[in-house]
Ligand binder design. Sequence first.
Ligand SMILES: [Zn+2]
Length: 485
Amino acid sequence: MRRALLLALLLASTSAAGHGIMGHMHVTGWAIENLPESELRAFFQDPEVKNAALFGAAYTDSGYGQPKDELKAAARAYSEHTHWEPFIADFVAWLGKNDPPPWTTLEQKKRVAFLMGCAAHGLQDEIFDSLFLPQVELRDKGGQDNADPGTDGFLALDGKLRFFPTPYYPIETVLALYKKLPEGVTQNVIDKSVKVVVDFYVNAEFGVAVAKTLGTRHEPALPWTRKHYLDSGVPGSLTSEIVPTMNYLLAIWERLHGRLGPERTVSFTFPDPPRRIAGTDAATPDSWVTILYGVGVARDSLSATWSDSAGGAVSFERRNTRWDAEWTRLHRLQPSKALVPGENYTVSAAAGLVRIDGQKTAQPVTLTFQAPCATTDDPKCPPLGPLPEAKREGATPYPMRPEAPPVVEVTPVAEPSSVAEPAVVLDAGVSAAPSPSAGGCQPTGDRSHGLGLLLCLLLALLGLRPTHAAQALTQRLGGQRDLSL
Ligand SMILES: [Zn+2]
């Protein structure tokens, strides 16, 4: 009976997107541990505060696992909405109005940290879906259905799982933020959905057993993914998301303090100079240039140019996030032809990027980078020397900026309607910018982000035999199951 129900739910489920919940919790935790010396690093020193961020990174997908028909629409709606910048901008604005910094009590801090966890999850999905999934499709002929649970499983098989946060979500605040959703999100919907996720996945016992099963199941079909899911040289891999996530958290901290000026809109780029672009083949995502933002940007507001060292134009296609959200946290520039090995290129994003908080960039942002040479001994491509690396273990602060040339150069230009701004300095926290205003809270609803978590769980449960982990689960549930008829 139970298996029949699980199978029915499985067949009724739609495809998943993004990486799995274990991946989200861990990239978020790694990003927090890599934070440079800063106010935000100090903020996260309290384990309860860090726990709230890690749980926020799990909470964001919780609505997709809701098995009860009468709750599904509202559960899916809140999960989907939580992923995107309109929710993050609303949350930032809500705090500015109702609970501005400094935050002194633990409850205040946990609410801010929870926002950061949700934001980190949404950004990671945009990066993974836009950059890594195309690689999985190309190299493994795979897709969302196996890359999502598979990468979670590989983390478990490789012994990388170490964050298992306890539940925390600021229910009154999120309910206020979900009021605009037509599906009628209630506390009951959220509580029930979170319970399923916590009971079946976000825990160190049954959750790890499920993840291992997923890894074993998907491993044979995903040889390239298995090898590269933690490869920092592949944009979109879990390791490659650490610094972008860290920079996004720093940007949100500045947004919360009204300090993220327009000159700090760009938060990261792939490639990340002085590192070279990952590859030259236009048929692979290795050759794409990706610009990431610390705040949602109108998808059609980017005007960019790409030129070689002689000033010749490189033709390219501009894409935003995979799911074409109105407010994107990244743009991809995909060259039409192969890049020249060893060549130096310049990409420039013109002033005029429109942000969800109503601000607009007044200066162009220029990125100069090199394509890799065909051979390792080519004098045009000397060794880059030691560069800062994001760590997955330990808590070493990431250097504020590399010693080598800065990632982004800003060239002042005449812009009559704009105010001149200082050069880009990450986390300086001193630029005087107008306070962010509320962004529009509109569910984008255009991402095929399905019943991912439950799909994973059911796949695993259908294949699981009674184990110690299952016994632990039974104890945890106290004989009651949300999945029962
Ligand atoms: Zn997600």
